[in-house]
Design a protein around this ligand. Structure first.
Ligand SMILES: Cc1cc2nc3c(=O)[nH]c(=O)nc-3n(C[C@H](O)[C@H](O)[C@H](O)COP(=O)(O)OP(=O)(O)OC[C@H]3O[C@@H](n4cnc5c(N)ncnc54)[C@H](O)[C@@H]3O)c2cc1C
Length: 398
């Protein structure tokens, strides 16, 4: 009889990261319990971009084939000037399967979450909603999670996939989210409502001083996703209602007609302050580890937060399986996971901040940026290859 090589695992948080981790462990034969504080598994009603570093993992999990019918394979990534309305540079995406071994996709967040959830159900993950974790203890020979309603869950190890405001992260560090002073509005609208512009099959980022608008198609081209982001002056002045719809409209008032008109169909019901945290390397301690935004919350400018969470999930299962097969304790598997993933995810976190600065420059810096972007060879992949290609994991020295 073969012994189970994976430890019983408790995952806290059922977002993209937590469900992906549960699925990666379960398909390798691990016994997984997942606890989510919400009453059901649901995502924001907006889109998500998934680069090949994520879609490769989804293919291994059998999730890619499920989302392909509702996803869109966009034609190009385009950077455009939000003020003058002209294209600055682009990257062809249609050859990504040949170049990076997997497609670049855009899809509705709920379509991805549903596919991960169904995968977890098929793989036998024990799923619990309405389970708000308030305590987690490493007892030396296992972990105990306590919920607000008094329920307790036990396992050999626990993974904190509880997002940007992670409670589990507090067991690792006393850092706090950093507010960048930018605010986002986002949502998807039926394609009929969309004002026509160049090519609706592209992912377009319209860049302006202190603002940008990202647009791309969803649900086989039946919907259009829009994300408008701007630097809130009211946040800088310490006003509590910073980033309200009036400030959104004022911020975009100097943009091209297309960009201004696009705001007319943008959902303004919810706004999100743009937060991240400083990178940390210590994601594993004893029988606990962090994953996804709980480990490496980042600004969204590289569209990599969820992609990195998927990389975490894959690496976590691989390192725990390696440790199990070698007869090493699960804690060593968690340490190996953190050592494998933290250098790369932290690099993405740092680069996302820099990328945001480049997107939002003004004055002379904007002139130089635009000139460089227009001179760029559109077949040059040097700024993105490190993110998308399959490469040996970067490991920390420890
Ligand atoms: C505007 C914007 C655009 C983005 N675009 C992209 C993109 O195009 N591509 C990309 O890859 N990434 C993108 N991201 C980033 C991506 O959304 C996140 O990195 C990703 O969703 C993180 O997933 P997660 O599972 O780690 O965390 P979350 O999605 O935050 O999930 C955490 C889960 O834990 C649960 N939870 C929290 N606390 C508890 C508790 N105490 N007990 C139980 N459950 C708990 C929550 O309810 C939640 O379900 C974007 C982000 C933003 C803000």
């Amino acid at each position: 009889m073969t012994e189970a090589v994976l430890p019983e695992t408790l995952v806290v948080g059922g977002g993209i990261g937590g469900l992906a981790a549960a699925l990666c462990l379960a398909v390798r034969g691990g016994a997984v319990t997942l606890v989510e504080r919400s009453k059901s598994f649901a995502e924001v009603g907006a889109g998500i971009q998934l680069a090949p570093n994520a879609t490769r993992i989804l293919r291994q999990l059998g999730v890619l084939e499920q989302i392909l019918p509702v996803a869109v394979r966009p034609r190009r990534l385009v950077l455009a000037d939000a003020i003058e309305g002209r294209e600055l540079t682009s990257l062809e995406l249609t050859d990504f399967p040949d170049r990076y071994g997997a497609p670049y996709l855009v899809l509705h967040r709920n379509d991805l979450l549903s596919a991960l959830l169904e995968g977890c159900q098929r793989a036998g993950v024990s799923l619990h909603t309405d389970a708000h974790v308030t305590g987690l203890e490493d007892t030396g020979d296992g972990v105990v999670v306590t919920c607000a309603d008094g329920r307790e869950f036990r396992a050999q190890i626990a993974v904190g996939a509880d997002g940007l405001h992670s409670r589990i992260r507090k067991l690792f560090t006393d850092d706090e989210p950093v507010n960048s002073g930018f605010v986002a509005y986002r949502g998807a609208v039926p394609m009929e409502q969309v004002e026509r512009h160049a090519d609706l099959r592209d992912v377009v980022a319209w860049l302006g001083p202190g603002l940008h608008l990202v647009q791309y198609p969803l649900r086989s081209g039946r919907m259009y996703n829009q994300v408008a982001v701007f630097r809130s002056q009211a946040y800088g002045r310490g006003e509590p209602d910073y980033g309200n719809p009036a400030e959104l409209r004022a911020a975009f008032a100097g943009c091209s007609e297309h960009v201004r008109e696009s705001l007319g169909t943008l959902s303004i019901d919810n706004r999100w302050p743009m937060l991240d945290r400083p990178p940390i390397a210590g994601w594993a301690y004893g029988r606990l580890a962090l994953l996804g935004d709980a480990a490496h919350p980042m600004l969204q400018y590289l569209a990599q937060g969820a992609c990195q969470a998927l990389e975490d999930a894959d690496a976590l299962a691989a390192e725990l399986a390696d440790a199990g097969q070698a007869g090493r304790p699960p804690a060593e598997g968690l340490t190996a996971y953190a050592a494998r993933r933290a250098p790369r995810a932290n690099r993405v976190q740092r680069t996302a901040r820099t990328w945001g600065e480049i997107w939002h420059v003004d004055g002379v810096a904007k002139l130089i940026r635009d000139e460089l972007l227009q001179l760029r060879d559109v077949t040059d992949h040097k700024h993105v290859a490190w993110l998308y290609e399959e490469s040996p994991p970067e490991r920390s020295a420890s």
